[in-house]
Design a protein around this ligand. Sequence first.
Ligand code: NAP
Length: 282
Amino acid sequence: MPSQSIKHAVLPSGELVPQLGQGTWQMAERRDRRGDEIAALRAGIDLGLTLIDTAEMYGEGAAEDLVAEAIAGRRDEVFLVSKVYPHNASSEGVIAACERSLKRLQTDRIDLYLLHWMGRHPLAETVAGFQALKHAGKIRHWGVSNLDTGDMRSLWNVPGGRDVATNQVLYNLKRRAADWDLLPWQRERSIPLMAYSPVEQARLISNTKLVRFARDHDATPAQVALAWLLANDDVIVIPKAGSVAHVQENAKARELRLSAAQLRELDALFPAPRSRRSLEML
Ligand code: NAP
């Protein structure tokens, strides 16, 4: 893959991360798929999909174990993202949870550590825990996930809250709630958005409108769904693929540069909301 095909997003710190990465939810759940999943993640790294997203929740730690195996000997090539459960996100709990994740991931640092969703612990406490972890070199950046605009505003007013590196949310052609005010709010503050379930957990791939559009433009539905997201420089996209073939197909989405006319066509097929909608979660 020529390096100019690998587009990057910029974190608020100025660090570049690959715009197309890899998800791991529902990996490590089936023994008979383990080899394929590890091969898929490794093939993804070879293709420049070096941002890998996981969480302590996925398989209750089993996905982190699998990621460790996939990146063995290649830690420095990877930008590792993991997430803390909200019930572990007190200022002390987040430190203990991170230590457990580091052990499973067999590494000394997580590049980006996210609060998985809002829970009962005040954001100020979670941020204090993140800051302590950052100070200790155990995480390099922190962020949040599934926070709607109101929650982001609250975070912005918490001590240290403006260090947030990203907000990972459900965002794809069929789930455009973030377009209303969340994405603009983040954009004004140069906080990239990380789009999860970019192919709607495979449901978009059989969407008739998308299938027709993809056929007309000589691409696959997955590639169009990913390219639509990648058209925004400040959106990071993390499809999960459990086979090398899917990873290779998804990686080619970076070469599909949608024209303004094609983006307008997709807007007409999958319209943005016309009024405020709450952010959905999967
Ligand atoms: P997704 O990436 O939209 O879809 C994954 C599904 O699509 C899998 O069944 C996969 O099948 C299939 N797929 C991928 N590429 C394909 C292709 N080229 N052709 C056909 N099928 C393809 O859904 P997701 O896993 O929910 O989201 C992605 C990642 O975001 C997760 O893995 C996780 O890391 C993160 N996430 C975060 C949250 C959160 O609350 N923060 C929530 C959901 C997800 P195969 O496995 O067979 O390839």
